[in-house]
Design a protein around this ligand. Structure first.
Ligand SMILES: Nc1ncnc2c1ncn2[C@@H]1O[C@H](COP(=O)(O)OP(=O)(O)O)[C@@H](O)[C@H]1O
Ligand SMILES: [Mg+2]
Length: 251
């Protein structure tokens, strides 16, 4: 069975007063997602790209079962873990070791099993040297890795990262990408929601684009480079490949 099968999903929200009329509003409803279907194979690393408001986070919540679609179905073949955009919101423990243990403890696993899961999550995320540091003293990249360790310890095989590069400095981005490489090598199914293709497209094999709640592209990561990404509100990673300073101007 495939890791994720999304079948004809639509998600409507009631329109709140004052929302300007636009093409996503029909009969008093705002269509955050319109008839989305996609399948993701086991072990794939998929980038779901789209401008702000294109529906990435809503789609993620539905795949993870946090929200129901208005229409359509989702099937997954393993536990789905979410790493939220703001890692601070996901970190509950005083230290990484304590934080990672929260999920397994809630699952009422044995002490030995909890210990084993915490240890393997620390190793996979490269946080073993930080295990007993105050969680608030971790860098942005370490916090994001800690949030990932938490879902790994709950045995998630499918992991969705919502805007993993938001507010990350260069070392943070490198740490996250090294983690992605390890998770991919470990056979996990990874879904990255972002518009920052220059940071992740080379790690992935699948590329999907959402625009205004619709799936407008679904193909291989390499084929993304020949797309007119700017038409969907996404910066082309090669557009400003720098040879001189003037090349760097985003206009
Ligand atoms: N609970 C909600 N009620 C109403 N509108 C929502 C709700 N959640 C999301 N939306 C709207 O759905 C659209 C898609 O949101 P989202 O999935 O968060 O976009 P993004 O691609 O930036 O993650 C946005 O216009 C957002 O305002
Ligand atoms: Mg979002």
């Amino acid at each position: 069975m495939r890791a994720v099968d999304v079948l004809n999903i639509t998600k409507k929200f009631p329109v709140y007063e004052g929302l300007p009329q636009n093409e996503q509003i029909k009969d008093g409803d705002f269509y955050a997602l319109s008839d989305i279907s996609l399948s993701i194979e086991n072990g794939e690393c998929t980038v779901i790209a789209g401008a702000n408001g294109s529906g990435k986070s809503v789609l993620m919540s539905i795949i993870a079962g946090l929200e129901n679609p208005t229409v359509g179905t989702v099937k997954t073949n393993a536990k789905v873990g979410l790493v939220f955009q703001e890692p601070d919101s996901q970190i509950l423990g005083e230290t990484p070791r304590e934080d990672i243990a929260f999920g397994p403890r809630n699952m009422k696993l044995s002490k030995n099993e909890i210990k084993a899961r915490v240890y393997s999550a620390l190793l996979l995320t490269g946080l073993e040297q930080r295990a007993d540091f105050p969680a608030r003293s971790l860098s942005g990249g370490e916090k994001r890795r800690l949030a990932a360790a938490g879902v790994l310890a709950m045995d998630a095989q499918i992991i969705i990262f919502d805007e993993p590069y938001a507010n990350m400095d260069y070392p943070g981005v490198v740490q996250i990408n090294r983690l992605f490489q390890k998770l991919i090598a470990d056979g996990k199914t990874i879904i990255i929601l972002t518009h920052e293709l220059e940071k992740c497209l080379a790690l992935s094999n699948r590329f999907i684009v959402l625009c205004k709640g619709k799936k407008v592209y679904d193909g291989s990561a390499s084929s993304a480079l020949s797309c007119n990404l700017e038409a969907w509100g996404i910066h082309h990673p090669l557009r400003n490949a720098a040879r001189e300073l003037g090349d760097l101007l985003w206009l």
